[in-house]
Design a protein. Structure first.
Length: 141
C-alpha cells in the first residue's frame, strides 16, 4: 500500500516485500489509482499498524476491489468491498449498540435505586428492559 502512490515504468515489477502478491494497476487516461491513496490514508494505515516500522506493517493486509464508479480500491483483506447498504447496516448496528450500552447503564442504575427502596421506578425499568430486548432483536436480525 505504501508503494501505491509511486509510478513505475514497468508492467512487471519484482516483489516489493516477502511473499509479495501486490498487483500492478495501469494509469489510464490520466487516472492514477495510486493517487486515491493520500497522506490521510497512509496516516490511518500507520495508526492501524501501530507505527511505520516494517515489523508492525507486516500484520496489516489489504486487498484490491473494483468499485463501479471509482475503479480499483483498497479494502481490508478478507473483508471485501462494502456497498452503500452494507455500510448503512454497519452504521445502524453501531448506533443500536451505543443505545444499548446507554440503556443498560441507565437500567442498572435504576435497578440499584429500586433495590434501595424506590418503588416509583418500576414502570420505567420495565419499559427500558422491553426496549433493550427490542434492540437486541434488531441487532440479531
Amino acid at each position: 500500500m505504501v508503494a501505491a502512490d509511486r509510478v513505475y515504468k514497468r508492467e512487471e515489477l519484482k516483489p516489493i516485500h516477502d511473499r509479495c502478491r501486490c498487483a500492478v494497476l495501469p494509469i489510464l487516461r490520466g487516472a492514477d489509482p495510486g493517487l486515491m491513496l493520500n497522506g490521510e490514508d497512509l496516516d490511518r494505515l500507520y495508526r492501524a499498524a501501530g507505527g511505520t516500522a516494517g515489523k508492525k506493517l507486516t500484520g496489516l493486509r489489504v486487498g484490491i476491489g473494483e468499485h463501479g464508479e471509482l475503479g480499483p480500491i483498497l479494502f481490508p483483506y478478507g473483508r471485501g468491498f462494502r456497498d452503500a447498504e452494507e455500510a448503512d447496516a454497519d452504521r445502524r448496528a453501531g448506533s443500536i449498540e451505543r443505545r444499548l450500552q446507554g440503556l443498560e447503564r441507565s437500567t442498572r442504575s435504576l435497578e440499584r435505586q429500586m433495590a434501595a427502596g424506590e418503588t416509583r421506578l418500576r414502570p420505567l425499568v420495565g419499559y427500558q428492559q422491553r426496549l433493550i430486548a427490542q434492540l437486541c432483536e434488531e441487532l440479531a436480525a
